[in-house]
Design a protein around this ligand. Structure first.
Ligand SMILES: [Zn+2]
Length: 332
Protein backbone atom coordinates (compact mmCIF):
# COMPACT_ATOMS: atom_id res chain seq x y z
CA UNK A 1 0.00 0.00 0.00
CA UNK A 2 1.39 3.37 -0.87
CA UNK A 3 1.01 5.99 1.77
CA UNK A 4 2.86 9.19 2.30
CA UNK A 5 4.19 7.99 5.66
CA UNK A 6 5.43 4.68 4.30
CA UNK A 7 6.74 6.31 1.18
CA UNK A 8 9.05 8.60 3.12
CA UNK A 9 11.61 6.31 4.76
CA UNK A 10 14.40 7.77 6.89
CA UNK A 11 17.00 7.16 4.18
CA UNK A 12 16.70 9.26 1.04
CA UNK A 13 14.44 7.28 -1.27
CA UNK A 14 16.21 8.40 -4.45
CA UNK A 15 14.54 9.89 -7.49
CA UNK A 16 11.08 8.76 -8.55
CA UNK A 17 8.89 9.64 -11.50
CA UNK A 18 5.18 10.41 -11.45
CA UNK A 19 2.75 10.52 -14.37
CA UNK A 20 -0.75 11.96 -14.40
CA UNK A 21 -2.39 10.54 -17.51
CA UNK A 22 -5.46 12.53 -18.52
CA UNK A 23 -7.80 12.22 -21.47
CA UNK A 24 -5.79 14.66 -23.61
CA UNK A 25 -2.47 15.32 -21.88
CA UNK A 26 0.00 13.44 -19.73
CA UNK A 27 1.96 15.37 -17.10
CA UNK A 28 5.23 13.95 -15.84
CA UNK A 29 7.54 14.99 -13.00
CA UNK A 30 10.76 13.68 -11.54
CA UNK A 31 11.03 14.09 -7.76
CA UNK A 32 14.48 13.91 -6.24
CA UNK A 33 15.20 12.12 -2.98
CA UNK A 34 14.35 15.25 -1.00
CA UNK A 35 10.92 15.43 -2.61
CA UNK A 36 11.73 18.41 -4.81
CA UNK A 37 10.51 18.57 -8.41
CA UNK A 38 13.66 18.31 -10.55
CA UNK A 39 11.99 18.18 -13.98
CA UNK A 40 8.51 18.27 -15.44
CA UNK A 41 7.05 17.63 -18.87
CA UNK A 42 3.73 17.66 -20.70
CA UNK A 43 2.93 15.27 -23.56
CA UNK A 44 -0.12 14.37 -25.61
CA UNK A 45 -1.81 11.27 -24.16
CA UNK A 46 -1.76 8.16 -26.32
CA UNK A 47 -4.76 5.90 -26.15
CA UNK A 48 -5.68 2.25 -26.21
CA UNK A 49 -3.83 -0.46 -24.23
CA UNK A 50 -0.67 -0.32 -26.32
CA UNK A 51 -0.68 3.47 -26.62
CA UNK A 52 -1.11 4.04 -22.87
CA UNK A 53 1.81 1.76 -21.95
CA UNK A 54 4.05 3.06 -24.74
CA UNK A 55 3.20 6.71 -24.04
CA UNK A 56 3.81 6.22 -20.29
CA UNK A 57 7.20 4.62 -20.92
CA UNK A 58 8.22 7.47 -23.21
CA UNK A 59 7.07 10.05 -20.64
CA UNK A 60 9.21 8.41 -17.93
CA UNK A 61 12.23 8.21 -20.22
CA UNK A 62 11.76 11.81 -21.33
CA UNK A 63 11.51 13.37 -17.88
CA UNK A 64 14.45 11.28 -16.61
CA UNK A 65 16.57 12.44 -19.56
CA UNK A 66 15.51 16.03 -18.92
CA UNK A 67 16.64 15.75 -15.27
CA UNK A 68 19.88 14.07 -16.27
CA UNK A 69 19.02 10.96 -14.23
CA UNK A 70 19.81 7.57 -15.81
CA UNK A 71 16.79 5.27 -15.97
CA UNK A 72 18.55 2.69 -13.75
CA UNK A 73 18.66 5.26 -10.93
CA UNK A 74 14.88 5.80 -10.88
CA UNK A 75 13.74 4.06 -7.70
CA UNK A 76 10.04 3.90 -8.49
CA UNK A 77 7.34 5.11 -10.86
CA UNK A 78 3.79 6.09 -9.98
CA UNK A 79 0.95 6.54 -12.45
CA UNK A 80 -2.35 8.32 -11.89
CA UNK A 81 -5.08 7.35 -14.34
CA UNK A 82 -8.81 7.98 -14.68
CA UNK A 83 -11.04 4.92 -14.50
CA UNK A 84 -11.37 2.03 -12.10
CA UNK A 85 -7.99 1.21 -10.61
CA UNK A 86 -7.10 -1.85 -8.59
CA UNK A 87 -4.01 -0.36 -6.96
CA UNK A 88 -2.88 -3.60 -5.33
CA UNK A 89 -2.85 -5.35 -8.73
CA UNK A 90 -1.66 -2.29 -10.65
CA UNK A 91 -4.50 -2.60 -13.16
CA UNK A 92 -6.95 -0.15 -14.69
CA UNK A 93 -10.23 -0.72 -16.48
CA UNK A 94 -13.18 1.31 -17.69
CA UNK A 95 -11.04 4.36 -18.51
CA UNK A 96 -13.22 5.45 -21.44
CA UNK A 97 -11.15 8.65 -21.94
CA UNK A 98 -8.13 6.46 -22.65
CA UNK A 99 -10.00 3.96 -24.86
CA UNK A 100 -9.57 1.30 -22.19
CA UNK A 101 -12.87 -0.46 -21.84
CA UNK A 102 -12.21 -4.18 -22.20
CA UNK A 103 -10.17 -6.44 -19.97
CA UNK A 104 -8.25 -4.75 -17.13
CA UNK A 105 -4.96 -3.32 -18.42
CA UNK A 106 -2.02 -4.65 -16.39
CA UNK A 107 -0.38 -1.25 -16.44
CA UNK A 108 2.07 -1.74 -13.55
CA UNK A 109 3.44 -5.03 -14.91
CA UNK A 110 3.63 -3.90 -18.53
CA UNK A 111 5.21 -0.52 -17.77
CA UNK A 112 7.70 -2.06 -15.36
CA UNK A 113 8.76 -4.53 -18.06
CA UNK A 114 9.22 -1.67 -20.54
CA UNK A 115 11.40 0.23 -18.05
CA UNK A 116 13.81 -2.52 -17.08
CA UNK A 117 11.99 -3.77 -13.99
CA UNK A 118 11.49 -0.54 -12.04
CA UNK A 119 8.67 -0.78 -9.48
CA UNK A 120 5.43 0.81 -10.73
CA UNK A 121 2.41 1.84 -8.68
CA UNK A 122 -0.95 2.70 -10.25
CA UNK A 123 -3.55 4.84 -8.54
CA UNK A 124 -6.74 6.65 -9.41
CA UNK A 125 -6.13 10.21 -10.67
CA UNK A 126 -8.02 11.80 -7.78
CA UNK A 127 -6.01 9.86 -5.22
CA UNK A 128 -2.66 10.92 -6.68
CA UNK A 129 -3.88 14.53 -6.58
CA UNK A 130 -4.69 14.17 -2.87
CA UNK A 131 -1.28 12.61 -2.18
CA UNK A 132 0.42 15.35 -4.22
CA UNK A 133 -1.45 18.12 -2.41
CA UNK A 134 -0.47 16.61 0.96
CA UNK A 135 3.17 16.36 -0.15
CA UNK A 136 3.22 20.01 -1.25
CA UNK A 137 1.47 21.26 1.89
CA UNK A 138 3.89 19.29 4.08
CA UNK A 139 6.86 20.69 2.16
CA UNK A 140 5.59 24.26 2.42
CA UNK A 141 4.39 24.07 6.03
CA UNK A 142 6.39 21.48 7.98
CA UNK A 143 4.40 20.32 10.98
CA UNK A 144 4.88 17.68 13.62
CA UNK A 145 1.53 16.12 12.81
CA UNK A 146 0.82 14.04 9.72
CA UNK A 147 -1.39 15.71 7.17
CA UNK A 148 -5.18 15.49 7.16
CA UNK A 149 -6.33 16.79 3.80
CA UNK A 150 -9.06 16.44 1.20
CA UNK A 151 -8.52 17.27 -2.47
CA UNK A 152 -11.89 18.39 -3.81
CA UNK A 153 -12.04 18.08 -7.61
CA UNK A 154 -14.50 20.51 -9.20
CA UNK A 155 -14.62 19.02 -12.67
CA UNK A 156 -17.11 17.20 -14.86
CA UNK A 157 -18.11 15.45 -11.64
CA UNK A 158 -17.48 16.16 -7.97
CA UNK A 159 -15.41 13.94 -5.71
CA UNK A 160 -12.69 14.17 -3.10
CA UNK A 161 -9.46 12.27 -2.50
CA UNK A 162 -8.71 11.90 1.19
CA UNK A 163 -5.44 11.70 3.12
CA UNK A 164 -5.78 11.10 6.88
CA UNK A 165 -2.85 10.85 9.29
CA UNK A 166 -0.63 11.19 6.23
CA UNK A 167 -2.13 8.10 4.59
CA UNK A 168 -4.24 7.84 1.48
CA UNK A 169 -7.69 6.46 2.37
CA UNK A 170 -9.54 4.68 -0.38
CA UNK A 171 -12.26 3.11 1.77
CA UNK A 172 -13.31 -0.55 1.80
CA UNK A 173 -14.56 -0.45 -1.79
CA UNK A 174 -12.66 2.58 -3.09
CA UNK A 175 -15.63 4.90 -2.66
CA UNK A 176 -14.22 7.11 0.11
CA UNK A 177 -14.73 10.77 -0.81
CA UNK A 178 -17.48 10.19 -3.38
CA UNK A 179 -19.38 13.10 -1.88
CA UNK A 180 -20.73 14.21 -5.26
CA UNK A 181 -23.44 11.58 -4.85
CA UNK A 182 -24.62 12.65 -1.43
CA UNK A 183 -28.19 13.83 -2.14
CA UNK A 184 -28.75 17.35 -0.87
CA UNK A 185 -32.26 17.80 -2.28
CA UNK A 186 -34.49 14.70 -2.38
CA UNK A 187 -36.84 16.59 -4.75
CA UNK A 188 -34.02 17.75 -7.00
CA UNK A 189 -33.32 16.69 -10.58
CA UNK A 190 -32.35 13.09 -11.35
CA UNK A 191 -28.64 12.26 -11.25
CA UNK A 192 -26.86 9.82 -13.57
CA UNK A 193 -26.21 7.66 -10.49
CA UNK A 194 -29.94 6.95 -10.11
CA UNK A 195 -30.59 9.20 -7.12
CA UNK A 196 -32.04 12.71 -7.07
CA UNK A 197 -30.57 16.06 -6.10
CA UNK A 198 -26.96 14.89 -5.68
CA UNK A 199 -24.41 17.51 -4.60
CA UNK A 200 -22.58 17.01 -7.92
CA UNK A 201 -25.56 18.58 -9.72
CA UNK A 202 -24.88 21.86 -7.85
CA UNK A 203 -21.15 22.01 -7.08
CA UNK A 204 -19.32 20.42 -10.04
CA UNK A 205 -17.92 22.20 -13.07
CA UNK A 206 -20.82 20.80 -15.09
CA UNK A 207 -23.17 22.53 -12.66
CA UNK A 208 -21.65 25.90 -13.66
CA UNK A 209 -22.34 25.10 -17.32
CA UNK A 210 -25.97 24.48 -16.45
CA UNK A 211 -26.22 27.58 -14.24
CA UNK A 212 -24.50 30.00 -16.63
CA UNK A 213 -24.17 28.54 -20.14
CA UNK A 214 -21.24 29.98 -22.03
CA UNK A 215 -22.04 32.37 -24.87
CA UNK A 216 -18.52 33.00 -26.18
CA UNK A 217 -17.18 29.44 -26.04
CA UNK A 218 -14.85 30.27 -23.16
CA UNK A 219 -15.24 28.13 -20.01
CA UNK A 220 -18.55 28.85 -18.26
CA UNK A 221 -16.92 29.47 -14.84
CA UNK A 222 -14.73 32.21 -16.37
CA UNK A 223 -17.71 33.93 -17.96
CA UNK A 224 -19.79 33.66 -14.80
CA UNK A 225 -17.13 35.05 -12.47
CA UNK A 226 -16.21 37.85 -14.89
CA UNK A 227 -19.86 38.89 -15.25
CA UNK A 228 -20.29 38.80 -11.48
CA UNK A 229 -17.14 40.86 -10.95
CA UNK A 230 -18.54 43.40 -13.45
CA UNK A 231 -21.64 43.72 -11.28
CA UNK A 232 -24.28 41.85 -13.32
CA UNK A 233 -26.83 41.09 -10.59
CA UNK A 234 -27.93 37.77 -12.16
CA UNK A 235 -24.33 36.67 -12.39
CA UNK A 236 -23.68 37.69 -8.79
CA UNK A 237 -26.64 35.57 -7.69
CA UNK A 238 -25.52 32.59 -9.81
CA UNK A 239 -21.92 32.87 -8.57
CA UNK A 240 -23.10 32.97 -4.96
CA UNK A 241 -25.42 30.00 -5.53
CA UNK A 242 -22.48 28.02 -6.92
CA UNK A 243 -20.13 29.11 -4.13
CA UNK A 244 -22.69 27.98 -1.53
CA UNK A 245 -22.80 24.54 -3.15
CA UNK A 246 -18.99 24.23 -3.07
CA UNK A 247 -19.10 25.47 0.53
CA UNK A 248 -21.56 22.66 1.30
CA UNK A 249 -19.03 20.16 -0.07
CA UNK A 250 -16.28 21.66 2.10
CA UNK A 251 -18.50 21.56 5.19
CA UNK A 252 -19.44 17.94 4.47
CA UNK A 253 -15.78 16.91 4.27
CA UNK A 254 -14.81 18.78 7.44
CA UNK A 255 -17.76 17.49 9.45
CA UNK A 256 -17.16 13.91 8.27
CA UNK A 257 -13.39 13.51 8.58
CA UNK A 258 -12.24 16.84 10.10
CA UNK A 259 -9.53 17.44 7.52
CA UNK A 260 -7.21 20.35 8.27
CA UNK A 261 -7.05 21.39 4.60
CA UNK A 262 -9.60 21.23 1.80
CA UNK A 263 -7.75 21.86 -1.46
CA UNK A 264 -9.89 23.04 -4.37
CA UNK A 265 -8.80 21.41 -7.62
CA UNK A 266 -10.21 20.43 -10.98
CA UNK A 267 -11.05 22.70 -13.90
CA UNK A 268 -13.09 25.25 -11.94
CA UNK A 269 -10.18 25.87 -9.56
CA UNK A 270 -8.32 27.56 -12.42
CA UNK A 271 -10.45 30.59 -11.56
CA UNK A 272 -8.01 31.06 -8.70
CA UNK A 273 -8.45 33.68 -6.01
CA UNK A 274 -11.99 34.83 -7.01
CA UNK A 275 -13.25 31.25 -6.50
CA UNK A 276 -11.44 30.94 -3.17
CA UNK A 277 -12.86 34.28 -2.02
CA UNK A 278 -16.42 33.33 -3.03
CA UNK A 279 -16.25 29.97 -1.25
CA UNK A 280 -14.70 31.49 1.87
CA UNK A 281 -17.40 34.20 1.90
CA UNK A 282 -20.12 31.53 1.66
CA UNK A 283 -18.55 29.57 4.54
CA UNK A 284 -18.27 32.72 6.64
CA UNK A 285 -21.95 33.56 5.99
CA UNK A 286 -23.06 30.04 6.90
CA UNK A 287 -21.00 30.11 10.08
CA UNK A 288 -22.51 33.42 11.22
CA UNK A 289 -25.42 31.84 13.06
CA UNK A 290 -23.50 28.84 14.39
CA UNK A 291 -20.88 29.09 17.08
CA UNK A 292 -20.15 25.42 16.40
CA UNK A 293 -19.28 26.04 12.75
CA UNK A 294 -17.32 29.19 13.64
CA UNK A 295 -15.22 27.17 16.08
CA UNK A 296 -14.17 24.91 13.18
CA UNK A 297 -12.80 27.83 11.09
CA UNK A 298 -14.09 26.44 7.80
CA UNK A 299 -12.91 29.44 5.70
CA UNK A 300 -9.37 29.00 7.05
CA UNK A 301 -9.23 25.38 5.91
CA UNK A 302 -9.91 26.03 2.22
CA UNK A 303 -7.07 26.64 -0.21
CA UNK A 304 -6.33 26.39 -3.92
CA UNK A 305 -4.34 23.62 -5.55
CA UNK A 306 -0.84 24.94 -6.23
CA UNK A 307 -0.58 26.16 -9.80
CA UNK A 308 3.18 26.05 -10.36
CA UNK A 309 3.55 22.24 -10.33
CA UNK A 310 1.23 19.48 -11.56
CA UNK A 311 -0.15 18.23 -8.26
CA UNK A 312 -1.37 14.87 -9.60
CA UNK A 313 1.98 14.00 -11.18
CA UNK A 314 3.78 14.99 -7.97
CA UNK A 315 1.47 12.69 -6.01
CA UNK A 316 2.08 9.90 -8.50
CA UNK A 317 5.84 10.30 -7.94
CA UNK A 318 5.25 10.02 -4.17
CA UNK A 319 3.20 6.87 -4.80
CA UNK A 320 6.09 5.61 -6.98
CA UNK A 321 8.48 5.85 -4.01
CA UNK A 322 6.39 3.23 -2.25
CA UNK A 323 7.03 0.88 -5.17
CA UNK A 324 10.80 1.06 -5.03
CA UNK A 325 12.84 -1.04 -7.41
CA UNK A 326 14.16 -4.24 -5.90
CA UNK A 327 17.85 -3.58 -5.47
CA UNK A 328 19.55 -6.36 -7.42
CA UNK A 329 22.70 -6.13 -5.29
CA UNK A 330 20.70 -7.11 -2.24
CA UNK A 331 18.66 -9.87 -3.82
CA UNK A 332 21.33 -11.48 -6.02
ZN1 LIG B 1 -25.67 11.08 -7.98
Amino acid sequence: MSTIAEATPAASPGPSVGLDIGGTKTLAVLLDGDGEVRAQARLATRKGPHGVVDGAAQAVEGVARQAGVPLEEITGVGVGVPGLVASSAGTVRHAVNLDLDGDPLELATLLSARLGGVGVGVENDLNVAAVGAAHLVEAAEPDERPTDLAFLALGTGLAAGIVLDGRLRRGSSGAAGEIGHVPVDPLGPPCACGQRGCLELYASGSAVNALWPTVTGRPAPVELFEAAAAGDPEAVAARDTYARAVAAAVRLLVLTVDVRHVVLGGGVSQLGQPLLDAVRDALTDESAASGFLRSLDLPGRVRLAPGRVPVGAVGAAVVGRGHARRVRDLTA
